[in-house]
Design a protein around this ligand. Structure first.
Ligand SMILES: NC(=O)c1ccc[n+]([C@@H]2O[C@H](COP(=O)([O-])OP(=O)(O)OC[C@H]3O[C@@H](n4cnc5c(N)ncnc54)[C@H](O)[C@@H]3O)[C@@H](O)[C@H]2O)c1
Length: 437
């Protein structure tokens, strides 16, 4: 009290005279102030305890609990409007149609697969984190495209278990097309944890939710040709060894195949892994060679063309996006139901892995020659030694298994596919005046 009394309420302005009356007035005003601040203090304590006791720790995910907590606090996924959009997008509009949750729907492959499913009358709901691994405005443009055809993409992370559970509560998806991942071989040396986050933790969280869903969905997911790593036997067949990955990206995809085996074995989830071989086409990924070669040739910048030891050719089994989409749909259509219920396995379930490639590897220098012809610009080639940062010298798919069991039959050669890509590139970046950064 003493120090409150002695402190002027308006320091330095004017001083009240000391009298008994003034002293009483001062005492009364001090008591009022003390009462006021006591209420504020008690209020703050009350708010603090109320918030911490309502923290939903019981719903946290086994792998990543932060995102579960965050999504429960945010209200953007609540409310009738959100549920209405999710339901409308997932509505099946054809006889024998399926309802599919497509993860990575704003990505290159995800956009094309979602559009194809929607076109044939399936129910499709997208999920994507719109991360900035490459220009998110391209992902937003793909989202706008899908929105026009009635596909809603929920913005969220596959590690957000509470969100995933909510989506399964709203829609009993019969299938999951899991394409969300941290892609790219070289970026793994720069940001290794992003691969663990999306390709391992994210996959486990997704499978945890799928195993508990009722009914359990059948899952088709993207592995990669990179699992063949240092394997030198060509063409690569599903029976070849995959225990020598050349990059962390490849190692996380290989881990994904083993994780798939575990969830199939323990919980009866139907799982199909697709090993894509260098997919290209319109709306493609800016971090891939065919894409940034196009950009750099047009800008007059030199482009690196890698060469293996002893002038060995570097070649890729380039596969056109429409062929990959057909393979994905073939996998979804032949996927058997999962056998578990209530989170428990009730019988053996399907477990498959397929190569989806083009079966005709093309040297990267030939790819550049095709681009030069299509763009009518001479490339400034810079021949360089293939660095040891994850890339392999050669990929070549044996696709006979996918041919037999999925009806997969690629029909687009590199010249035809690149022509479609270049047409799109010019209309999007040149005519559409979008920045290619
Ligand atoms: N394109 C190819 O040549 C190729 C080759 C082999 C395998 N794959 C695999 O195919 C799949 C699709 O590849 P793409 O070329 O369309 O790649 P992409 O990067 O264009 O698409 C992946 C999408 O997943 C999203 N994503 C990433 N992490 C996420 C997370 N934690 N939660 C939610 N969304 C997340 C990204 O925002 C992106 O939109 C990936 O699994 C990739 O590894 C692609």
């Amino acid at each position: 009290m003493k120090h409150i009394d002695s402190a002027p309420s308006t320091p330095g302005k004017f001083k009240m005279e000391k009298s008994p009356y003034n002293n009483r007035l001062r005492l009364q005003s001090s008591i009022a102030k003390l009462t006021f601040w006591s209420f504020v203090f008690l209020g703050l304590i009350f708010v603090f305890f109320f918030r911490s006791s309502s923290s939903p720790s019981s719903l946290s995910s086994p792998v990543s609990s932060d995102l579960s907590r965050r999504s429960l606090r945010t209200s953007s996924y609540d409310g009738p409007n959100f549920e209405k959009r999710v339901r409308a997008s997932s509505k099946i509009r054809s006889r024998n149609g399926i309802s599919v949750l497509v993860t990575g729907a704003a990505g290159f492959v995800g956009t094309h697969v979602s559009a194809a499913l929607k076109r044939r009358g399936d129910g499709v709901l997208g999920l994507d984190s719109f991360n900035n691994y490459y220009d998110p405005s391209l992902k937003k443009a793909r989202q706008a495209l899908l929105e026009n055809s009635g596909v809603y993409i929920v913005e969220g992370d596959i590690n957000d278990v509470a969100l995933l559970r909510k989506l399964f509560d709203i829609v009993p998806f019969s299938h999951v097309m899991h394409l969300a991942a941290q892609a790219g071989v070289r970026y793994a040396m720069e940001n290794p944890s992003s691969y663990v986050h999306s390709n391992i933790a994210g996959l486990v969280n997704l499978l945890e939710v799928c195993k508990s869903a009722n009914p359990q969905p059948a899952i088709v997911w993207a592995s990669s040709s990179s699992v063949y790593g240092l394997n030198t036997k060509v063409p690569f067949s599903e029976r070849d060894r995959t225990d020598q990955p050349a990059s962390l990206y490849a190692a996380t995809k290989k881990a994904g195949e083993e994780i798939a085996h575990t969830y199939n074995h323990i919980y009866g989830l139907s799982l199909t892994g697709l090993r894509f071989f260098t997919v290209y086409g319109p709306w493609g990924r800016p971090d891939m060679a065919y894409f940034f070669f196009t950009k750099d040739i047009l800008k007059g910048k030199s482009i690196p063309i890698f060469e293996a030891a002893n002038h060995g050719t570097v070649a890729r089994d380039f596969t056109y996006i429409d062929d990959i989409v057909k393979g994905c749909l073939g996998a979804l259509d032949t996927a058997e139901k999962s056998t578990g219920s209530g989170g428990k396995k009730k019988g053996p379930a399907q477990l498959r892995v397929y190569n989806l490639g083009n079966t005709s590897p093309v040297p990267v220098s030939d790819l550049v020659s095709i681009l030069e012809r299509l763009l009518k610009v001479k490339a400034k080639r810079m021949i360089m030694k293939l660095p040891r940062n994850g890339d392999v010298q050669f990929t070549h798919a044996n696709i006979s298994l996918a041919q037999r069991e999925l009806g997969y039959k690629p029909t687009t050669d590199l010249q035809t596919g690149l022509k479609k890509f270049v047409r799109w590139y010019l209309s999007y970046y040149v005519d559409g005046k979008k920045s290619s950064q």
